[in-house]
Design a protein around this ligand. Structure first.
Ligand SMILES: Nc1nc2c(c(=O)[nH]1)N[C@H]1C(S)=C(S)[C@@H](COP(=O)(O)O)O[C@H]1N2
Ligand SMILES: [Mo]
Length: 429
C-alpha cells in the first residue's frame, strides 16, 4: 500500500521527496533493514548481558584538544598526482568531498595549495604593511590587528585548477570525487574588512589596483582590483572557530570571496596600492586561460557556477538496487545558488533537487534528491543555476570556449556512470 505512494518526479527513478515523508525509507530498500526478532532465550538472560563493554564501563576523561574519532581516521587529504601538469612546483591537497556531509569543511580536511611549502611564521614577528598610493602608509602587528572589530563570512575557496583532469585528459580519468573535485572547501572565516584598514591609510586619487604579497618563500603575489578589496574582502584570522591553520595562512590571509583561490593570499604581509596591475608571474602566466578564438584571458577572477554529486560518486559501489539519497554540492563565485537539477537518465529528464538552507552567497550549498535505483546502468548528472541565471555548461560547451592546454576554471557538468554492478565511474558525456 505504501509503495503506491511513491511519486516519481523524473525518469531513472528520481522520487518526489514529499512522498518519502508519508512512505518512509525502509520500504524502498531491498534488503538493508533487518527486522528485530525476539531473542530465543529471553527470560533466562539478564538485562545488560548483551550490552557492549562501552555501555558497562567508564571511558577516559577526554583531552585538552579534541581529535576525530579513531574510527574515522580514514578521512584524509590526498596529495594530487605530482605528475599533473597543474601541479608543477605546487603541493595540492585534495578534500575528501564524498566522505562528508553538510557544507563546512573541518580545518584538518581543508584543501591546500602550497606553491612554496607551508611556512612556520612567528606571529610576534609578522607585520602587515600598507603603502603605495595611500595618504598615510601604515604597518600593523598581529596583536594590533586582533583588537579590530571583526566580521564572519561562510565562504568557499576553490582553486582555479580544480577538476583539471576533466579539462585535460583525452580519456576520462577514473578518479573519485576527491581526485577530481577536491580543490574546494568551505569554512567560516572571521577577520577585518580590508576597507576598514584602507580607510585608516586613506587612498590617493590614482589608486586602482593593489599588489598583495604573502610572506612565504616565493612571495606568492597577485594584482587585485581595489574595488574588490573595498567590496567584500577580509583579512582573516579565524577559520571555523580556531586561529587559521598554518596550511591556510597563519597568522593571517586575504580572503576574496568567490574569486579564484590563488587571489586569497595566505601569510599576507604587504598591500601596495598602485594605479595599474603589476603583471606578476601569476597575473600573466599561471592564471591566464587560452581561448579557442586565439585570445588570452587574464584576470578572470570569478569562479563560475558549478555543482557535483558527491553521493554516489566516482569509485563508489552501490551494493544493491533500491533507495539512495543523491546528494551533492553547488556553488557560484557570483552569489547564491538558485537551482540545482538532477538527472538519473543521462540527461533525458531533469528534476529540481532540494536545496538545504541556509543558502549563503559564495558558499557551498548542499542539495539532495531521493532516488530508487533499479539496478540498471545509467548516468547521473547535476546542473546548477545561480541567482544571476548562470547555468553550468556541458563539457562540450566548455571545450568550445577554451583551447588546450587551458585547464583553469573548468566548471562543466559532471556525469557519473553507474554500471549494472553498481560501480560508479567518471565519464565524458
Ligand atoms: N602565500 C600564498 N598564498 C596562497 C598560495 C600560496 O602558495 N602562497 N596558494 C594560493 C592558491 S593557488 C590557492 S588555490 C589558495 C588555497 O588556499 P588553501 O591552501 O587555504 O586551501 O591559496 C592561495 N594563496
Ligand atoms: Mo590554486
Amino acid at each position: 500500500m505504501k509503495r503506491s505512494q511513491t511519486e516519481y518526479v523524473a525518469g531513472g527513478g528520481l522520487i518526489d521527496r514529499r512522498s518519502l515523508l508519508v512512505g518512509g525509507i525502509s520500504f524502498l530498500a531491498a534488503s538493508s533493514f533487518k527486522p528485530v526478532a525476539a531473542s530465543a532465550n529471553e527470560g533466562t538472560r539478564k538485562i545488560g548481558d548483551d550490552f557492549p563493554v562501552w555501555s558497562k564501563t567508564l571511558g577516559p576523561k577526554g583531552t585538552t584538544y579534541g581529535q576525530p574519532s579513531v574510527h574515522e581516521q580514514h578521512l584524509k587529504l590526498k596529495l594530487q598526482l605530482p605528475s599533473a601538469p597543474e601541479n608543477l612546483g605546487t603541493a595540492g591537497w585534495l578534500t575528501p568531498l564524498e566522505k562528508m556531509h553538510g557544507i563546512i569543511t573541518p580545518n584538518g580536511l581543508h584543501f591546500g595549495s602550497h606553491h612554496f611549502g607551508v611556512p612556520d611564521i612567528d606571529p610576534d614577528k609578522h607585520e602587515l604593511l600598507i603603502h603605495g598610493l595611500v595618504e598615510k602608509p601604515l604597518k600593523f602587528s598581529v596583536q594590533q590587528l586582533l583588537r579590530y572589530p571583526m566580521v564572519s563570512k561562510i565562504r568557499f575557496i576553490e582553486c582555479a585548477g580544480n577538476t583539471a583532469p576533466n579539462a585535460l585528459a583525452p580519456f576520462s580519468y577514473d578518479g573519485s570525487c576527491q581526485d577530481l573535485h577536491g580543490l574546494i572547501s568551505c569554512a567560516e572565516w572571521v577577520g577585518i574588512p580590508v576597507s576598514v584598514l584602507l580607510d585608516e591609510t586613506g587612498l590617493e586619487k590614482k589608486a586602482k589596483w593593489v599588489i598583495v604579497e604573502g610572506a612565504d618563500g616565493g612571495s606568492h603575489s597577485r594584482s587585485i582590483p581595489l574595488s574588490k578589496l573595498l567590496d567584500d574582502a577580509i583579512i582573516a584570522f579565524y577559520q571555523n572557530g580556531e586561529r587559521l591553520r598554518a596550511e591556510q595562512g597563519y597568522p593571517m590571509r586575504l580572503l576574496l570571496p568567490g574569486w579564484e583561490g590563488n587571489t586569497s593570499i595566505k601569510y599576507v604581509h604587504r598591500l601596495e596600492v598602485v594605479d595599474a596591475p603589476a603583471y606578476t608571474g601569476h597575473d600573466s602566466g599561471t592564471y591566464t586561460q587560452h581561448l579557442s578564438n586565439g585570445q588570452i584571458e587574464g584576470f578572470a577572477f570569478h569562479m563560475d557556477v558549478k555543482s557535483v554529486i558527491t553521493h554516489p560518486s566516482g569509485k563508489q559501489i552501490l551494493q544493491e538496487q533500491g533507495f539512495y539519497e543523491i546528494s551533492g554540492l553547488a556553488w557560484s563565485g557570483y552569489g547564491k545558488i538558485s537551482k540545482v537539477e538532477v538527472s538519473a537518465d543521462a540527461g533525458k529528464t531533469w528534476a529540481p533537487a532540494q536545496l538545504h538552507g541556509p543558502i549563503i552567497e559564495k558558499a557551498l550549498t548542499r542539495f539532495s534528491i531521493p532516488w530508487h535505483w533499479d539496478g540498471k546502468s545509467t548516468l547521473l548528472l547535476s546542473r546548477a543555476t545561480d541567482a544571476y541565471g548562470r547555468l553550468q555548461p556541458t563539457r562540450k560547451e566548455w571545450k568550445q570556449r577554451y583551447s588546450s592546454p587551458t585547464f583553469n576554471h573548468y566548471n562543466a557538468i559532471q556525469p557519473w556512470d553507474i554500471n549494472s554492478n553498481g560501480e560508479v565511474e567518471n565519464v565524458y558525456a
